[in-house]
Design a protein around this ligand. Sequence first.
Ligand code: C2E
Ligand code: CA
Ligand code: CA
Length: 637
Amino acid sequence: MHKLLKKQIKELIPQDADLNLLAPFLQEIEKTYCSSEGELQDLKHQLHNTSNQLSERFQQLTYHLAQTEITKRELEHSISLLNATLNATYDGIVVFDEDGNPVTWNEMFLSMFSLELGKNSPDNRQIIKNKLSTIMRNQDEFDQLWEFNKTYLDQPSYAVLSTKDGRFIECNTNPRYHHDRNVGRVWSFCDITEIRIREQQAIHKNYHDDLTRLPNRALIYDRINHAIQTGSEDDEEHAILFIGLDGFKYINDTLGLEMGDNLLMEVAKRLQSDIPPRSTLARYGGDEFILFLENIRSSFEVSLAAENIRQIIEKPFEIKNQTLHLTTSVGIALFPADGSDAETLIRKADMAMYHAKNKGRNNVQFFARELELLTSHRMNIRNNLKRAIDNREFYLLYQPKVDLRTGHTIGVEALIRWKKSTGQIISPMDFIPAAEENGFITEIGNWVLEEACRQLSQWSSFNRKAFHVAVNISGQHFQKNQILHTVEDLISQYKVAPASLEIEITESVIMNDMDETILTLQALRKMGINASVDDFGTGYSSLNYLKRLPVSTLKIDKIFVDDIAKSRRDLALVDTMISLAHHLNMTTVAEGVESRETLDLLSQLGCDIGQGYYFSQPVSAEEITRLLTQDVSSETV
Ligand code: C2E
Ligand code: CA
Ligand code: CA
């Protein structure tokens, strides 16, 4: 027993106590004491262990807490990133859970469909469904798509929905997964209205004419070929009517492009309002239209349609307070008789239209095989003319004009030539009429004027005062007011003396619009430019008009000159012409002088100037330069 404890107990026991009696108690005390000390030791030990464990646990917890804080921050960051992304996109986005209830969405989704959703409201799902299906043009289509929220959870789906207010909305829905388990879908909506409209406009533009809004060349080709290829019956027949406006070019040239455009729009409107059933009207180009009649019963039906067109266009047009008159030439080709594809059929209808024009316009012609040979040459010219100027295929030859008294060359006439890339040379007699029909003549005429002026400025160094270049100007070109400006510009650009440029216009041009012609000629004369009447004697005109004309020269046509040596009658005619001209103070030029004999007679009659193969064929500018160089010594300047 512990000594201290024993001592304390002894002190507690009175002196006179019987120790023998106390002995069992003392033993009991000693026993109890010893066992609690052992327990105490145990407890102490346990306490120590627990405290160690607790501190370890505490450290772990502190660590976990720190980890959780980091994760929480990361999560917050992700969520804000996600929200920013969701709200930054132009797509409307909504996410559904596996029961089809919306869990999250972005602002765009709400504004795209004018939706208001409560956070966690149980009605959200129904609100979205109702709203979307009512604004869609095709509700069923949307409802079907909506089913994807339930039934086809594992498939993505895509659709372009159109809304009743005219929008196109592209819709994508994708399943979403969590640990490989499908937990709903993400829907995204993109408003593609603008893109769609632009696409549709582009398609429409590719297939329609800007001015008249009619189907264009490409579309009519498609239609025709489609009808031919998909025809159900074996004996189906179609007709292609090629409609050419007569005289449109003239209106366009004289009244201006705007007027021309307005007229074309009116023509298109008139034609379109009166086309037969099962037919397509297209603008083929310029002043050409095509009417495609499908599934015709007889050629009579086609004739009627063509005749109707002719009559519709014949009625006068009122445009900007002006009354305009047009006629049409219509050419017709039939499928299958004339061809089995759009290109052939249109080509043949075009040929027939040309034939109609040649027959005096304002009429209708069916394609006939003989036309093919007749027109191919013409078409060839027509197609190639467009490129001729750009390809520099034109050049000028010059034919000397000789003073019959002195024998000197006092000027030249510029005559155009066309050398095609194949080397073939085409006569102006062939291509000038074609150019007049196509309206290229102004461009060609301007080229001739410029080339002549350029050449004149080179020849000016020879200082031959009276030397001139005469240029042939077509009626169409001449009747445009613009010619005055062109001439004025060229003269100053090339520093050409006005008197050295001469304009030749034919008698028929003058008679076409006498008053207008006189005005233009007067203006030219004011500038100092001379004009001559070409092919004099060939028109059916009274001679009175000559008095009114401000022209300096008469060119007596070759057909009168040719036979003066043989025919007394022709000699008398030429004599009269010369006297008449002199009487009116005009100079005379005899064209087509081919022999000495003719030359002598002309001299006797007092003709001033001669031109013809006897003196020289039309020759190159270099030849004329050589001539001027030789001549310069003998010529009195
Ligand atoms: P034109 O103005 O009457 O020109 C005279 C034509 O007769 C020219 O034919 C010329 O080569 C030809 N010739 C000249 N002397 C003789 C001859 O002694 N005998 C024969 N048999 N012929 C002769 P070319 O060059 O073929 O021109 C034909 C027509 O083409 C011209 O007739 C004119 O109307 C037109 N032309 C020519 N160049 C132009 C041009 O630059 N512009 C326009 N608008 N028309 C032109
Ligand atoms: Ca001429
Ligand atoms: Ca002539």
